[in-house]
Ligand binder design. Structure first.
Ligand code: NAP
Length: 399
């Protein structure tokens, strides 16, 4: 069917690339391009012998000209951005310059401010419309599948959704006292920020980890979870008519929180540059360098993730509650693609988003979030490509 250029070769990209190669009817040819080419070559070597033709390239995705030259040389149908959120805008610029569709999994965030927002990428709407190309934003799990779940619930189960609680539970244990499951810098910036949820037309801000609840997750058990601000809240508030409240909760173990507090207290999570032995360094980037690489957690992680959305609203004039979720097993993921479930649950929807754009099923000139497309082909693909979903009509609710 076509060609995809995949930018980045970390934990998430590794899974998405394995999945593209399993789906060779759609992904006839892929180019893996990243800052460190040796990682791309090592992955290519693992994938040798399959039907998908794999090439590799070195690219600095912060540099628009380099990206344009690579796109012009490879001529992909879609660019799948699995580098870091800092590269979103330069890659979007390169897609505009070359007329190629764009897909990512995380919204732009400026390197010097820990503040992610869609405004920078939504500002490209008119330019993508005029260029006749699609930008699909946030095609991971959360954001990503959580938005697709919402669109599916709205299409098939509700006339109006009033309350959404997104619950992200990682019941996995990697055996380290402290490690993050995806890029440590991005992860720590997210969890040390203030919490925020949306209720009755306005945002309510909380201190980091101020709101705690307990929840009994299927296949995982009872866990503490904390209210965080998460990027899909921003787009779902705009795209779900009649919504009264939306919140996001993530589980954290006590050891993770204690380590994080200590690192914060000593200044290791700061993004303010400091002088060290005559050199400017950013403490959080130094911390990233000493923490385990998330890609190395795969062989050590046991247990399951359970991520989903609880919806409350009305159907045919009657109140209704509906829970859609996916359970994913760290060890099964490792057996299949050599990585843990956090990368797996992001990499699979990234491949699916790129596939639907390439197939034309999710093409619409402009810049869109996942919930703005028909959820049905995505939901079908989740079942087919390793993230089957489950539903419940009488779930435990979060107070
Ligand atoms: N939506 C979701 O559910 C979800 C969940 C988890 C993660 N994510 C997102 O997924 C993305 C990837 O996460 P990850 O855990 O795979 O991160 P990662 O393991 O750190 O991988 C990032 C990759 O991007 C490459 N890269 C960084 N800067 C680059 C540049 N200027 N030019 C070219 N390549 C560059 C890195 O190259 P080097 O190898 O040289 O460092 C690395 O290969 C992030 O944006 C993250 O926020 C989304």
């Amino acid at each position: 069917m076509g060609k995809a250029l995949i930018v980045g070769c970390g934990g998430v990209a590794g899974v998405a690339i394995h999945k593209c190669c399993q789906n060779s009817e759609v992904f006839e040819e892929i180019c893996i391009a990243s800052r460190t080419k040796s990682k791309c070559d090592a992955l290519k070597a693992q994938l040798e012998g399959g039907k998908t033709k794999v090439t590799t390239a070195q690219v600095d995705a912060d540099n628009v000209e380099e990206m344009v030259a690579l796109i012009e040389a490879f001529k992909p149908d879609v660019v799948l951005n699995l580098a870091l959120p800092y590269q979103d805008l330069t890659i979007m610029e390169a897609c505009l310059a070359t007329g190629v569709h764009y897909v990512d999994t995380a919204n732009y965030e400026p390197p010097d401010t820990a503040k992610f927002e869609y405004k920078w990428q939504w500002a490209y709407r008119e330019r993508f419309e005029k260029a006749g190309i699609t930008a699909l934003l946030g095609s991971g799990f959360d954001p990503g599948v959580t938005g697709v779940f919402t669109a599916y619930a709205l299409k098939h189960h509700f006339d109006e959704i009033h309350y959404i609680d997104i619950l992200d539970c990682n019941g996995g244990d990697h055996g380290y006292p402290f490690a993050t499951n995806f890029n440590p810098e991005i992860n720590i910036r997210e969890v040390t920020s203030k919490g925020r949820y949306w209720e009755e037309g306005r945002w309510v801000e909380t201190q980091p980890m101020e709101i705690k609840r307990e929840y009994d997750f299927e296949a995982v058990g009872q866990k503490d979870m904390y209210l965080l601000y998460h990027e899909e809240l921003e787009s779902l508030v705009q795209n779900v008519p009649g919504l009264k409240r939306i919140r996001f909760f993530m589980t954290f173990g006590q050891s993770y929180l204690t380590h994080l507090k200590c690192l914060e207290n000593v200044g290791m999570t700061s993004i303010e540059p400091i002088e060290f032995e005559g050199k400017q360094i950013i403490p959080l980037q130094f911390l990233k360098a000493v923490l385990p690489d998330p890609a190395s957690l795969g062989p050590r992680t046991k247990g399951k993730t359970n991520i989903g959305c609880i919806f409350q609203g009305v159907k045919d004039g009657k109140p209704k509650t509906y829970y859609l979720y996916n359970i994913c097993d760290h060890e099964e993921c490792y057996k299949e693609v050599g990585s843990q479930a956090i990368s797996y649950t992001t990499g699979v929807p990234a491949m699916i988003g790129a596939m639907l754009v390439m197939q034309g099923l999710w093409q619409k000139p402009g810049v869109y979030n996942v919930e703005e497309f028909d959820p049905d082909p995505f939901m079908e693909a989740l079942n087919k490509w390793g993230l089957p979903w489950q539903e419940s009509f009488a779930p435990e609710l979060v107070d």
